[in-house]
Design a protein around this ligand. Structure first.
Ligand code: ADP
Ligand code: MG
Length: 454
């Protein structure tokens, strides 16, 4: 085969892959593949890094081989080889980098292109959502809903802690529907927006308009419904909105920081509506997925960093993808200003996003969040009263003091005026319960995110 013919055929392979995986995944994993040597049925393809090699082998092996075979039928196997070009700490195309730094400085929030009709942000799509063990069910459920509106997964209720991709997936459902069905009316709203607009409509006697807005639609996406807790009239309005849409087989998608049963102060009838379709949870991503997310995010910003930098960030920042993105942006920002970057510097920059940062969260703050959450007085924590409820709350507090502030058993003992063996006992009891009781562990996750957000 001539070189020219080879190149155009290779382009066809790449296009085929692009059609299969979408633009973003394509750019991250496939765009830089270079076919090198063909010998007796084996095609060697060069990949830019070890990371890309592992990922392709694990996730896209079949797809890659199939696409290659389609255009080069003589190929039986593929071998990925890591390019031995020296990697720079940071590589970047000058022009795009300039654009990037300006974007960071002038537009810290990418909220400028929200669609006014639907309230959707086109940035949140399925093709730039990285799928791993922690979110694959949620991802599949959302894709299913976008394909089969108003079907058996109605409503879809997605729950999980802060920053794990709930809003991203919910909006991706909307954007996918928007792309495939031009005539359908979609509305995304946070529950806070829903509630505020409802209250304003009551005040301004414009309730008809409000109802038109939330009922004359085919897909309603309501984010963070735990916000309804304790808000009786808004709950009632949502209940009627729900029934109206549901009876017309319109699709409804909800998200929340906890499962319906655990949202306090919500009417029973609304809870049972939330639970009436498919309820799915989404958890913080594992290391490998975090690494992949960093790559995708960097790629979206037209930046390629040394793998060691991604690895360091993914290792240090474990709970929340928003923080992961924040750390990445901070690192890129530093580089854009100073033009150089070392691993030590990266470590320093991301410190405030990482576990070390949690150590700085004071016990006082943790106590405050917990007493607010359980609606008890701070002094109850220190009293000798041993009701079951209080004992359990104290045990959770001890666990979180250790997990988040990383205090020693002895200092927790001093703080709560208790023997350190009591502290160890409490800590271990909670740790054990976390393993066996998923509802309890969800509760602890909620407390953690409240503390980290406060
Ligand atoms: P939540 O609504 O659960 O608090 P978000 O959906 O706002 O979390 O996610 C926080 C940020 O992390 C967003 O910028 C989102 O795009 C990004 N993100 C979360 N999960 C993923 C993922 N699996 N792949 C790519 N980006 C993700
Ligand atoms: Mg959200």
């Amino acid at each position: 085969m001539t070189n020219d013919l080879f190149e155009t055929t290779w382009e066809k392979v790449l296009n085929n892959i692009k059609e299969n995986v979408g633009n973003s995944l394509y750019r991250v994993w496939f765009a830089n593949l270079v076919p090198k040597v063909y010998n007796q049925g084996v095609l060697k393809i060069e990949v830019p890094s070890r990371f890309v090699k592992d990922w392709l082998e694990k996730k896209f092996n079949q797809l890659l081989l199939k696409s290659v075979k389609e255009f080069f039928p003589e190929v039986k196997h593929i071998e990925l080889v890591v390019s031995n070009k020296p990697t720079l700490q940071i590589e970047t195309k000058k022009s795009s980098f300039k654009r990037l730094t300006q974007t960071i400085i002038e537009k810290p929030l990418a909220i400028f292109d929200i669609n006014p009709q639907t309230n959707l942000n086109p940035r949140y799509r399925f093709d730039n959502f990285v799928v791993g063990q922690s979110n694959e069910l949620a991802f599949a459920a959302c894709q299913g809903v976008a394909k089969n509106l108003g079907g058996s997964n109605n409503p879809l209720f997605l729950y999980g802690p802060v920053g794990v991709g709930k809003t991203h997936l919910l909006q991706a459902v909307g954007n996918e529907v928007l792309k495939n069905y031009k005539n359908l009316k979609i509305r995304y709203a946070t529950t806070e927006e829903f509630t505020n607009q409802f209250i304003n409509a009551l005040k301004n006697h414009s309730i008809e308009e409000f109802r038109f807005k939330f009922r004359d639609i085919d897909v309603l996406i309501l984010d963070d419904v735990h916000f309804l807790s304790g808000k009786t009239t808004s709950q009632e309005e949502l209940f009627h909105t729900f029934n109206y849409l549901y009876n017309l087989s319109k699709q409804i998608v909800f998200s929340s920081d906890r499962p319906p049963r655990l949202i306090p102060d919500i009417e029973e009838r609304l809870k049972s509506r939330f639970e009436g379709g498919l309820v799915i949870d989404i958890q913080p991503p594992d290391y490998e997925t975090r690494l992949a997310i960093l790559k995708v995010k960097a790629q979206e910003k037209n930046i390629v960093l040394d793998d060691k930098i991604y690895e360091l960030i993914a290792k240090k920042i474990t709970r929340n993808i928003r923080e992961l993105e924040g750390a990445l942006s901070a690192v890129i920002f530093y580089y854009s200003k100073n033009g150089k970057l070392s691993l030590e510097k990266v470590e320093e920059i991301i410190k405030k996003f990482s576990k070390d940062y949690y150590r700085k969260i004071t016990p006082r703050k943790i106590i405050k969040v917990i007493t607010d959450h359980y609606e008890i007085k701070e002094e109850d924590i220190f009293k000798k009263t041993r009701t079951k409820h209080l004992v359990e709350i104290r045990q959770c507090l001890i666990y979180l003091l250790r997990e988040i502030s990383q205090l020693s058993y002895t200092s927790i003992g001093q703080l709560l005026k208790k023997d350190h063996t009591t502290i160890i006992y409490a800590y271990e009891k909670v740790a054990k319960k976390l393993k066996n009781n998923s509802e309890f562990s969800q509760g602890i996750e909620i407390l953690k995110s409240k503390i980290l957000e406060s």
